[in-house]
Design a protein around this ligand. Structure first.
Ligand SMILES: Cc1ncc(COP(=O)(O)O)c(C=O)c1O
Length: 366
C-alpha cells in the first residue's frame, strides 16, 4: 500500500492504546459536540521525520504558547463521514478525495507531505475501533475530522519544523436545525470569503474564522447562511460552507445544472464532484462548471427560468435554498416548491450510495 517515494508514517507501524474507561454514548447529535473515545495522532519533526502513528484515548493537546498554528493559523483540516448501512456495515464515502485535498492544503500551508493511503488506513482503523459510536440511523452518521497543525514553538513566521496530524471523531446529526427546510442566504457584496491567489480552495482554518462576522450579520437579518459573492459583478462562489448549484434554463434556453468553476476561490467539494459526476452520467441536461453572477440569477428568476438552487457539502449533503436576501430584495427561490424534484433526486441517490443501498465503488467498507 502507499507511495514509497513519499517519506511517511506507515499504518503497519500503528500503535494502539485502548481506553480503559469508554464513555457512555449519548443521544446528542448536535454537530461536533460529542466525541468518541479515541483519537489518532501522528507527530512530525524536520530532524526526525514522521513518528509511528498512535491511536489513544481522546485527550487534550499540550502545545507551547508560541505554537505557530495558534499565532498564524498554520493549520488545516478535513471533514468526511462514516455511514452505517442497513447491512450493519460502516462505509466511508470517497475518502481518498479528502486525503488528496488534505495533501493539497498541507502543501499550501508548508506542512510536510504524507502518504495518503497510509493515512486513510490509519483512519479506517480508528473508525473500526470506535464503530459502536455510529448509530443505526439514516439521519445520523460519524463525522471524521482529520486536522494538521504546525507545532512550531517559536514566533517567527516560517515553515514549521514540528507538526502534529491528528484525527478526532464525533457523532453527526443534521448540520442545520431543520434539515428538510430550505435555507435562506444573506448576499452582501461587502464581504468576500476568498480571492484569486488566496487559500479559498484549501481547507484552512483561517478561511472559516474570517467568515464569522458576516455569518452573524446574516443571522441578524433573518438568514441562516451567507452567500459568498466576489468582485464588481457579484460573482456567485459558495453558500456558507457549501458549494452551490443552480438548476435553470440558461441564457441560451438550455436546461442546465450549473455550479461555479474551480478558479482558486472555490473549495473543491467532494459532494460537488459527486453531484457533477452523477448528473453527467444521467445525461438528461447540460451540466456546467461556469462563471455565475447575481445579475444572471436575478434575470433568470424574473423570467421564471430558475428552477432550484441547492448547496452541497459533507455536513448537510444536499441542502435546498429557498430564499436569497440581496440588495434589499427578498428573492424567493422555488427550491422548496413541489417541482423541486432535482434536489431530492440527487439527495436520494447519494444517500443510497452512502448507506450501501446502491452498490458503488464510491464507498469503502470500514
Ligand atoms: C467552504 C466550503 N465549501 C464547500 C464545502 C463542501 O465540501 P465537501 O463536499 O467536500 O464537504 C465545504 C466543506 O465542508 C466547505 O468548507
Amino acid at each position: 500500500m502507499g507511495d514509497a517515494s513519499i517519506p511517511s508514517f506507515k499504518a503497519a507501524d500503528l500503535v494502539i492504546q485502548l481506553s480503559s474507561a469508554p464513555k457512555t454514548k449519548l443521544d446528542v447529535f448536535a454537530f461536533g459536540t460529542v466525541f468518541t473515545d479515541h483519537m489518532l495522532i501522528i507527530e512530525w519533526s524536520f530532524s526526525g521525520g514522521w513518528e509511528p502513528p498512535l491511536i489513544k484515548p481522546l485527550e487534550n493537546l499540550s502545545l507551547h504558547p508560541a505554537c505557530s498554528a495558534l499565532h498564524y493559523g498554520i493549520q488545516l483540516f478535513e471533514g468526511l463521514k462514516a455511514y452505517r448501512g442497513d447491512d450493519n456495515r460502516l462505509r466511508l464515502f470517497r475518502p481518498m478525495l479528502n486525503m488528496n485535498r488534505m495533501a493539497k492544503s498541507a502543501r499550501r500551508a508548508c506542512l510536510p507531505a504524507f502518504d495518503q493511503s497510509e493515512l486513510l488506513e490509519c483512519i479506517r482503523q480508528l473508525v473500526e475501533i470506535d464503530q459502536d459510536w455510529v448509530p443505526h440511523s439514516d439521519s445520523v452518521s460519524l463525522y471524521i475530522r482529520p486536522t494538521f497543525i504546525s507545532a512550531e514553538s517559536s514566533l517567527g513566521v516560517k515553515k514549521p519544523t514540528r507538526a502534529l496530524l491528528y484525527v478526532i471523531l464525533c457523532q453527526a446529526g443534521s448540520y442545520f436545525n431543520n434539515e428538510t427546510q430550505a435555507v435562506s442566504l444573506w448576499a452582501n457584496p461587502k464581504y468576500t470569503r476568498a480571492w484569486k491567489g488566496g487559500t479559498g480552495d484549501c481547507k484552512m482554518g483561517g478561511n472559516y474564522g474570517g467568515t464569522l462576522f458576516a455569518q452573524h450579520e446574516a443571522v441578524e437579518y433573518g438568514c441562516q447562511q451567507v452567500l459568498w459573492l466576489h468582485g464588481e459583478d457579484h460573482q456567485i462562489t459558495e453558500a456558507g460552507t457549501m458549494n452551490i448549484f443552480l438548476h435553470w434554463i440558461n441564457e441560451d434556453g438550455e436546461e442546465e445544472l450549473a455550479t461555479p468553476l474551480l478558479d482558486g476561490m472555490v473549495l473543491p467539494g467532494v459532494t460537488r464532484q459527486s453531484v457533477l459526476e452523477l448528473t453527467r452520467k444521467w445525461a438528461e441536461f447540460k451540466v456546467a462548471e461556469r462563471y455565475l453572477t447575481m445579475g444572471q440569477l436575478c434575470s433568470a428568476l424574473k423570467q421564471q427560468r430558475l428552477k432550484e438552487v441547492f448547496g452541497s457539502g459533507t455536513a448537510c449533503m444536499i441542502c435546498p435554498i429557498g430564499q436569497i436576501v440581496y440588495q434589499g430584495e427578498n428573492l424567493h427561490i422555488p427550491s422548496q416548491d413541489k417541482n423541486s424534484r432535482l434536489t431530492s433526486r440527487i439527495a436520494q441517490e447519494l444517500t443510497d450510495i452512502q448507506y450501501g443501498r446502491t452498490p458503488s465503488d464510491w464507498t469503502i467498507l470500514v
